[in-house]
Design a protein. Structure first.
Length: 256
């Protein structure tokens, strides 16, 4: 039986910097000997760094811009072992278990991460590093079932400053001629992304387009109102402002 090298290296790939930093801190605490050699902000960067650095481990977020974690894993040609960091639901996780893929569920919990690291240590100690041929098929199957990545944070300007805003905090997006307004409960920010692009990136269960220039967050909706001409308006809990709903989208509110 081969022994595990004294010093192992790892890469972390996550498009949310604070989550990457949190995972790095947890790994440092649970596995002090593990050297974090790089942190990638997207899938394309992760693939390039893995090819250049050949780390022993790669902690890959599933949903990243550029390439997904699954696509990055599928393209690895060396012996880097992958641990997926995923927000998949319990049904999708069955596929990971069946394929014997190492994974950590978001939000990352110390106990779960410790168990995953214990399993990774065991496989590395046994000399099992590179994925086998059957794993490639499992990854391909998961790629086919993967949901489209959803926007979770957005960078928006306010005067001369840029801000990182969680989309959950956004009440609505409203476009004018040049910019799209990002309205939270406390402030207004601006982005250049058009409404048509935003719709494709947001979770349709949470965000509804109610006008050609407006997307609303249902989590912040206080209710609706009709005027004397039967035109529909939406109201928000944290804002004394109403927005019109165009006739093409009125049907969305029939169950409300």
């Amino acid at each position: 039986m081969s022994t595990m090298p004294a010093a192992l290296t790892a890469l972390i790939a996550d498009d949310e910097p604070h989550l990457a930093q949190y995972l790095k801190e947890q790994l440092t605490q649970l596995w002090p000997e593990l050297a974090i050699v790089a942190t990638a902000r997207n899938g394309t960067e992760a693939a390039a760094q893995i090819a250049a650095l050949q780390p022993d481990l790669a902690f890959l977020d599933i949903q990243m811009p550029g390439l997904t974690g699954l696509e990055v894993a599928q393209g690895i040609e060396g012996e880097t072992r992958v641990v997926f960091v995923t927000a998949y639901d319990e049904y999708a996780l069955e596929a990971f278990e069946h394929a014997a893929l190492d994974y950590v569920l978001k939000p990352v919990k110390t106990e779960r991460l410790a168990k995953t690291l214990e399993r990774v240590r065991a496989t590395l100690s046994a000399g099992e590093t590179a994925p086998d041929a059957g794993l490639a098929g499992a990854l391909q199957q998961l790629l086919g079932a993967q949901p489209a990545p959803r926007l979770r944070y957005i960078r928006a300007s306010q005067g001369e400053f840029m801000h990182q805003i969680a989309v959950d905090e956004v009440l609505y997006f409203h476009a004018d001629e040049k910019y799209t307004c990002v309205q939270t409960a406390t402030a207004e920010y601006l982005i250049r992304t058009p409404i048509t692009e935003l719709v494709a990136q947001l979770d349709p269960q949470c965000f509804w387009q109610v006008h050609r220039s407006t997307i609303i967050n249902l989590a912040h909706l206080a209710g609706t109102r009709r005027d004397e001409l039967s035109r529909l308006y939406v109201r928000f809990r944290a804002l004394q402002r109403e927005l019109p709903v165009s006739r093409a989208y009125v049907h969305l509110f029939k169950s409300m």
